[in-house]
Design a protein around this ligand. Structure first.
Ligand code: PAF
Length: 287
């Protein structure tokens, strides 16, 4: 696996691969890779001949009081993991390479609708930063397909909408959440948790699971279920940011007619904000 730091070197390496007739798969990341990221790389290598990963901690998607400075940067370990997973090329640009004219005057790609509310409500500007950097990265790599994790369910919806609305010729592939044995969704931010917080954190997934089961059993009283879920999270020692039951297709609030649902939550364990989600199909027969 080669690593390149500049857009010029990236373009040269990708166009060599394309010249050899290879299909290009892309996995954008912010590094500090775990098994969830590796699943994305493996999915890309099943579907493409030449896999490019990027590691870039994108300042544009962090709010002023968020963890940009402390976000874990583990490039050497990440390189080994990518190599083992079958990645062919790593693009690890500097902030200056990505934003040579500064961030204040950067053209912004904004995806209305799906980027609003949920994480977009709690983290103003976050999805503008994500859609802008992913747009830039797509223009640099020109991939045939790109793989994103479903843990960031809203992010995946934002990217799919951007690609559709801007007619971008890239296929977006979603990869299921990878979880620890106790159900906690893998995340680079899990590394912030103290030993005690780590024992509390799986309650997030457990709570989503309980709600999903109640819905599958025919309960459609979503406002009551949300209140119940928030109370369960609080009782377990988490501080809910949001807990919502939405239509999994368009992220609109779910009603009794919605079949494909997603329960989405963000909650703090100490100072660490964790997100998770669970898809649930409501059963018409139980109505
Ligand atoms: O999911 C992430 O790691 C980031 O939001 C992404 C897609 C790499 C954009 O910076």
């Amino acid at each position: 696996m080669n690593m390149v730091r500049t857009i010029a070197d990236l373009r040269a390496a990708v166009s060599r691969a394309r010249g050899e007739g290879k299909r290009i798969g892309f996995v954008p990341t912010m590094g500090n890779l775990h098994a969830g990221h590796i699943a994305l790389v493996k999915k890309a290598s099943q579907r493409a001949d030449f896999v490019v990963a990027s590691i870039f901690v994108n300042p544009l998607q962090f709010g002023p009081n968020e963890d940009l400075a402390s976000y874990p940067r583990t490039l050497t370990a990440d390189q080994d993991k990518l190599f083992e997973a079958g990645c062919h090329l790593l693009f690890a640009p500097s902030v200056e390479e990505m934003y040579p004219h500064g961030q204040a005057m950067q053209t912004i790609v904004r995806v209305p609708g799906v980027s609003e509310g949920l994480c977009g409500g709690s983290r103003p500007g976050h999805f503008d930063g994500v859609s802008t950097v992913v747009n830039k990265l797509f223009n640099m790599v020109l991939p045939d397909l790109a793989v994103f994790g479903q843990k960031d369910f809203q992010q995946l919806a934002v990217i799919r909408t951007m690609v559709r609305d801007l007619n971008m010729p890239v296929q977006i592939v979603g990869e299921p959440i990878v979880r620890a044995e106790d159900g906690l969704a893998l995340s680079s931010r899990n590394g912030y948790l103290s030993a005690n917080e780590r024992t509390i954190a799986p309650a997030l997934y457990r709570t989503l699971g309980q709600l999903a089961e109640t819905i599958s059993n025919g309960n459609r009283d979503y406002p009551a279920l949300v209140t119940q879920g928030q109370q369960t999270l609080q009782a377990a020692g988490l501080r809910p940011d949001y807990l919502e039951i939405r239509n999994a297709v368009d992220l609109q609030p779910a009603d009794a007619e919605t079949r494909e649902l997603v329960i989405l939550a963000a909650a703090f364990v100490g100072k660490t904000r964790l997100i998770d989600n669970l898809l649930v199909t409501s059963n018409p027969a139980s109505l």
